[in-house]
Design a protein around this ligand. Structure first.
Ligand SMILES: [Fe+2]
Length: 290
C-alpha cells in the first residue's frame, strides 16, 4: 500500500469513528483530536517543547473552509537571516525555557492516564524536567531548547520554536500555566517578538486548500501556522512523521533530486506524487485536525 493510500485510509477511519461517536480514548502519548479549533495560529515549529518531535509534517485536506483557514508556512532559515545581529547573538547565547503547570484534571486529559507518576514519567522520557506537586495533584515541567537550530537537511541555521504560540497565549489570553522565558528566567521582550513577526511576514506563504491537496514540510526548517476561519466543516489533517530516510545525512549536500526519488514536490512543498520507500515504522501514530 502506498503512503498516500495509507494516509487516506487512516483519515477515512478517523472520520467514520468521529461520525459514529466512537473515537476510542487515546493511549498515553498518542493523541487523536476530533474537535476543530477555528482560531488562527501564529507561525511555529511542531512540538519544539519536547524531545520527541516530528521531523516531517504531512497535511491533507479533505474539505477546505468556505473562506479563509489557509495554512501558513515560512522558511525559518530566511527568518533567521532577516533578524538583526544583536537578536541573532541573543538567541544563540540564551536558550528558551518552556514552563508548564498541568493542573489536576488537566494532566489526566493530556496524558490519558489517571496515574500521576505515569504522566510524570512520560514527560521525563520526553526530556522535560518534572516536579510532581502531590498537595495540589499537579505536575510542573520545564524544557530548555534553543530558539535557533540547524536544519536536519541542508545545514541551515533556522529560527524555529514555539515562542509565538506560547507568548501569544500568555499575553492575550492571560494563560499563566504555560509560559516561555529565556533559560535564565528573563522575559522575551516585545521588541524581539515584533522583530521576529516582521521577519516572518516577509516570507510567509499562505496555502489555500483544495480537496485532496497534500502538503509536506520539513519540521526542522519550515514554520507553520493557520489563518482563522468560521466554517467548522473544514477538514485538514496533520500527520506527524517521527523519522524518515531520504537517503541523505545531515551533513550531506545532496540535491532535491535525491529527495525526489521518494517524494516529488513542486514549488518546494506541494506534494503531487511519491513512492512509499519507508516502512510503517517511520510514521508516528498521531493524526489530528489542524
Ligand atoms: Fe502546529
Amino acid at each position: 500500500m502506498t503512503a498516500t493510500a495509507m494516509l487516506c485510509r487512516l483519515v477515512q477511519q478517523v472520520r467514520q469513528k468521529a461520525q459514529q461517536g466512537r473515537l476510542e480514548p487515546a493511549k498515553i502519548g498518542i493523541q487523536v483530536y476530533e474537535k476543530q479549533d477555528t482560531f488562527g495560529l501564529p507561525l511555529h515549529g511542531e512540538m519544539y517543547y519536547v524531545d520527541h518531535r516530528p521531523v516531517i509534517l504531512w497535511f491533507y485536506c479533505v474539505t477546505p473552509a468556505d473562506s479563509d483557514g489557509e495554512t501558513t508556512i515560512c522558511d525559518g532559515s530566511k527568518v533567521y537571516e532577516a533578524l538583526s545581529d544583536p537578536t541573532k547573538k541573543l538567541l544563540q547565547e540564551k536558550r528558551l525555557k518552556y514552563i508548564r503547570r498541568y493542573l489536576d484534571g488537566e494532566w489526566q486529559l493530556i496524558y490519558q492516564t489517571d496515574n500521576i507518576d505515569d504522566a510524570a514519567s512520560f514527560a521525563g522520557w520526553n526530556g522535560l524536567q518534572v516536579h510532581i506537586d502531590r498537595d495540589s495533584n499537579s505536575i510542573h515541567t520545564e524544557y530548555v531548547h534553543p530558539a535557533v537550530i540547524t536544519s536536519k537537511w541542508g545545514n541551515h541555521k533556522v529560527y524555529i520554536n514555539n515562542v509565538l504560540t506560547v507568548w501569544w497565549q500568555e499575553e492575550h489570553l492571560g494563560r499563566e500555566t504555560s509560559i516561555v522565558r529565556f533559560e535564565d528566567g528573563s522575559k522575551i521582550s516585545k521588541d524581539i517578538i515584533d522583530e521576529v513577526v516582521a521577519a516572518q511576514n516577509k516570507f510567509v506563504i499562505p496555502i489555500a486548500w483544495h480537496p485532496q491537496d497534500f502538503v509536506v514540510i520539513d519540521n526542522t526548517r519550515t514554520l507553520h501556522g493557520r489563518r482563522a476561519f468560521t466554517d467548522t466543516n473544514r477538514e485538514v489533517y496533520l500527520r506527524m512523521v517521527q523519522s524518515v530516510d531520504f537517503g541523505c545525512s545531515k551533513s550531506s549536500t545532496k540535491s532535491t533530486s535525491s529527495i525526489s526519488r521518494h517524494i516529488v514536490i513542486k514549488y518546494g512543498l506541494k506534494l503531487y506524487t511519491f513512492t512509499n520507500k519507508g516502512s510503517n515504522g517511520g510514521w508516528s501514530r498521531s493524526l489530528r485536525r489542524c
